[in-house]
Write a protein that binds this ligand. Structure first.
Ligand SMILES: Nc1nc2c(ncn2[C@@H]2O[C@H](COP(=O)(O)OP(=O)(O)OP(=O)(O)O)[C@@H](O)[C@H]2O)c(=O)[nH]1
Ligand SMILES: [Mg+2]
Length: 238
């Protein structure tokens, strides 16, 4: 009798042991499959092709016309796109997507007000093109602030070798500085050509013309906007 009980209990022990080993093997197998799935997931993400993506940074003092330009660029980029006028000051940032052939350009506009400029340095990483927008009707005080702001930006090593397109905006105003004058006022000739390719382009987003039949205010853009766009596409992909 005693012998039977002990035989039964060792049998039970044997089965419990087998069950434990089986459960452990099943657990290891499941874990391995799970890790493999996670690995495959990473592989899929790493396979996503971002070679046709370009990151463009749009900076400039408040009121330079950054939002106005992008609203119109969006309107001219894809037929049927619309935008809201008048532009409001940008508190924080806005991202606009432009498409040209196989390329997608994400344009990051960061507001230019005093309290927002301190955050510009958070956005410098991986920039393919810097758009620096200037209100060409600015007085000398504002222009020298634009100069020191641009120099501070270019002092950041993350901006090394990033091409720069300076946009001399508000060319519709009779007192606006022309691109050559903006080049001088911003001391752009002092920027080493080995470090940055620099170009200056004229732009205006006002005044609104009479709309041709079939167009409305929200789909209108000034012809200079399309020229600026082309320049952005060329410089960000060169
Ligand atoms: N005359 C004239 N005014 C313009 C032009 N572009 C923009 N403006 C005006 O300038 C003002 C500021 O324009 P925004 O586009 O908001 O300027 P911003 O650079 O985005 O300003 P923040 O977002 O505050 O940094 C608005 O009243 C616009 O209507 C232009 O080409 N000519
Ligand atoms: Mg803005």
């Amino acid at each position: 009798m005693v012998r039977n009980v002990s035989r039964n209990s060792s049998k039970t022990l044997f089965y419990v042991g087998c069950a434990c080993v089986g459960a452990y093997v099943a657990y290891r197998y499941w874990k391995k499959r799970q890790l493999k799935t996670i690995d495959e997931g990473f592989e899929e993400v790493s396979k996503i092709d971002d070679t046709n993506e370009r990151r463009v940074l749009l900076l400039g003092l408040e009121g330079a016309g950054k939002t106005s330009l992008m609203n119109q660029a969006i309107a001219s980029n894809v037929e049927g796109n619309s935008y809201v006028v008048p532009p409001a000051p940008t508190h924080g940032f806005a991202v606009y997507r432009l498409v040209n052939g196989p390329y997608t350009f994400s344009v990051w506009e960061i507001g230019g007000a005093d309290d927002t400029r301190q955050y510009w340095s958070n956005f410098l990483q991986d920039t393919d093109l810097l758009l620096f927008m200037v209100d060409a009707t600015s007085d000398s005080h504002k222009l020298s602030l634009a100069v020191s702001t641009l120099k501070q930006l270019l002092g950041d090593p993350r901006m090394d070798n990033v091409p720069i397109l300076v946009i001399a905006n508000k060319q519709d105003a009779p007192n606006a500085l022309r691109p050559e004058e903006v080049k001088e006022a911003l001391d752009l000739l002092s920027i080493s050509p080995h470090k940055h390719k620099v170009e200056v382009i004229a732009c205006q987003t006002r005044p609104l013309p009479h709309f041709p039949p079939g167009t409305k205010e929200y789909t209108w853009h000034h012809p200079s906007v399309a020229i600026v766009e082309k320049k952005i596409f060329a410089m960000a992909t060169s």
